[in-house]
Design a protein around this ligand. Structure first.
Ligand SMILES: Cc1cc2nc3c(=O)[nH]c(=O)nc-3n(C[C@H](O)[C@H](O)[C@H](O)COP(=O)(O)OP(=O)(O)OC[C@H]3O[C@@H](n4cnc5c(N)ncnc54)[C@H](O)[C@@H]3O)c2cc1C
Length: 375
């Protein structure tokens, strides 16, 4: 028997959950199909830019009780000029914070699901012209619209033959929850050195989410060491917080960059990491997913209002055109930053030190860059 819904959302990560919230907000009957969430802790946190916090507010999701405000960011780079450092403050762009940092598990809890089929999908059947999502356990769910929010490998995107251009960067991110000897005072510090990067994103008063990016072999070597050795190695590269202690399970994420230039086809639209992936630099990853969902919400809201077909080619075409410019700009900028920021060769180190140092002499440019990153 085939279950019917207005829309099927494949994936129960933060993007699938937000899409569910957005569709329910429009009064649409949406079903989320995904295997039960992994019970283990996820060390990632999500720094939500002010524009995303406002978008979530519009959907009735208030992240503030679960969030640590980040009013200041310091970017440091080591190299031929010694240590060059530049501070970015929310006050420079008339904002209360640069981002609100939310543990990814808390984000999921803020976006509960009530209509779910707990199974992995294994394909789409187009018999009859409309998509029917098929699960590994044999359920079939037909809908006018399928939202692929099933992550970087996205079997749903692949089943709909939506092309994703993705390039592995040869880099990985080591991520772990930490406690700090010295309070961070809301200051997030990103340091780029001759190994890669070390960033501690504040959580609570004296904790943080540590992210260290480097070549994949270097990150794997780091991850294979004892927790105390890892903490000492990181504190040696970033002494600002005194000693560090790893407080939970760490994870390694291989990094790639890419996007689906045309993320909709045959009533399927890919959003979040199913449609684009960037390294965790500049906190753009899930913030782009929030923009995807809000753009889809806008297009569908208009369609629902006039009683149109939410999965039609013209509706999804509007969505694709709406997202294109923003995605090209952000993915190119993060790609450029990833190349410059994590490259250890001396001429590149020097160039990034000069570039970073120049920002303090060009406050207009600095504010412009901040507004572009946050906006
Ligand atoms: C170290 C690190 C730090 C980060 N920090 C930030 C940050 O500060 N700010 C920011 O904006 N972004 C950040 N990001 C990026 C952010 O974490 C991702 O963009 C986000 O988690 C992507 O969510 P998603 O729901 O699109 O994909 P996922 O979280 O990958 O979820 C996909 C879901 O699909 C499900 N699924 C997979 N296959 C199937 C199938 N066949 N059938 C059904 N379901 C399926 C999976 O079970 C999963 O739940 C960071 C990333 C990393 C690695």
């Amino acid at each position: 028997m085939v279950m019917q819904a207005d829309a099927v959302i494949v994936g129960n990560g933060p993007t699938g959950r937000l899409a569910y919230r957005a569709l329910r907000d429009l009064g649409l009957d949406a079903v989320v199909v995904a295997p039960a969430p992994n019970p283990g802790p996820d060390p990632r946190t999500t720094a939500l830019l002010p524009v995303s916090v406002a978008a979530l507010d519009r959907l009735g999701v208030d992240v503030r009780p679960a969030a640590t405000p980040l009013p200041e960011l310091t970017i440091q780079t080591t190299g031929p000029l010694g240590l060059v450092s530049e501070r970015f403050s929310a006050a420079d762009v008339d904002s209360a914070y640069l981002a609100l940092n939310v543990p990814i598990g808390d984000l999921a809890a803020l976006l509960p699901l009530s209509d779910t089929v707990e199974a992995a999908t294994c394909g789409i059947d187009y018999a009859g012209g409309r998509p029917t999502v098929i699960t590994e356990t044999g359920e079939r769910i037909g809908a006018r619209l399928v939202i692929a929010a099933d992550g970087i490998a996205s079997p749903t995107r692949e089943a709909a033959q939506i092309r994703m251009h993705r390039h592995p960067l040869g880099l990985s991110a080591y991520c772990a929850p930490v406690t700090l000897e010295s309070a961070h005072g809301g200051l997030c510090i990103e340091r780029y050195d001759d190994v890669g990067s070390v960033t501690v994103i504040p959580v609570g008063e004296r904790s943080g989410s540590l992210i260290s990016i480097g070549t994949t072999p270097a990150v794997e070597r780091l991850a294979s060491r004892q927790a105390t050795d890892i903490a000492a190695a990181i504190a040696g590269r970033q002494p600002a917080y005194g000693s560090l202690k790893l407080t939970g399970a760490a994870a390694v994420f291989p990094l790639s960059i890419g996007w689906a230039t045309s993320p909709a086809r045959r009533r399927v639209v890919a959003v979040g990491e199913a449609a684009h992936t960037v390294p965790p630099i500049g906190a753009q990853g899930w913030n782009m997913a929030v923009r995807d969902v809000m753009a889809l919400h806008g297009v569908l809201s208009e369609t629902v209002r006039v009683g149109g077909d939410i999965g039609s080619a013209s509706v999804l075409g509007r969505y694709v055109r709406n997202r294109r410019t923003d995605l090209v700009g952000r993915i190119s900028a993060v790609g450029l930053l990833a190349g410059v920021a994590t490259n250890p060769i001396a001429p590149v180190q020097l160039a990034r030190q000069i570039g970073l140092g120049a920002l303090s002499r060009l406050p207009g440019l600095k504010r412009g860059l901040m507004r572009a990153g946050l906006g």
